[in-house]
Design a protein around this ligand. Sequence first.
Ligand code: UDP
Length: 240
Amino acid sequence: TQPATSYKRVLLKISGEALCKSGSFGIDSDELKIIANEIVKAAKVGAQLGIVVGGGNIIRGATLAQEGAIQQATADQMGMLGTVMNGLALKEMLEKLGQPARVLSAINLSAVAETFIRGRAIRHLEKGRVVIFVAGTGNPFFTTDSAASLRAAEIGADVLLKATKVDGIYDKDPVKYPDATRYKHLTFSQAIDQDLKVMDLTAFDMCRKRNIPIIVFNMKQTDHIANVVAGKDHGTKVTV
Ligand code: UDP
């Protein structure tokens, strides 16, 4: 029997570092398998699942641009192409595990992936395919967090799930301060007032305006993605 989900359609944001060993770069096959397996479990819960995958494990445009050789608009294009590589890897692994998946790219790369068209994305979702959105927003100077909020709005997601390495949003950095406490629930205004960095401001503002709740949770724990998709209380939920 499958657990009942309270969500019909979900947008999951996974940062690139989910695909490599902690503190490392590139794509690690073992980490890829682990995260793909968690996603398959989440897809089985029954909600339609769209994923925006980041690219920080390959190139971060701003960091590369800081070195001075490559201007940011170009470095960001390179960063977006990094997310395409991650998406291809994830799709392949999902399908290996028996979960149908499609890659939709914000940048036209017709020999490699379908180009993002909103109606097509929704059609894939309705057919039970996991849709992996790559190449961010297709524009430099944005992040994949912004892309996640944009796609969440476009596909009419009930919730944006931000998978991170920590259990949610804390009053202070839990890595530095052992007495840090986790918020279970926050409003968008509380998060702004307390300067809690949930997502970048573009993403945050989009979700607030469109009334899309954000759940920040730990992706590294077994079954967490599936549990969050199932509507069980996990991490920190930010609502209007
Ligand atoms: N990027 C971009 N526009 C977008 C999304 C991403 O230019 O709409 C570039 C940007 O250079 C960014 C890189 O792609 O640094 C990788 O994305 P991000 O840093 O958001 O990945 P994550 O931190 O989630 O792994």
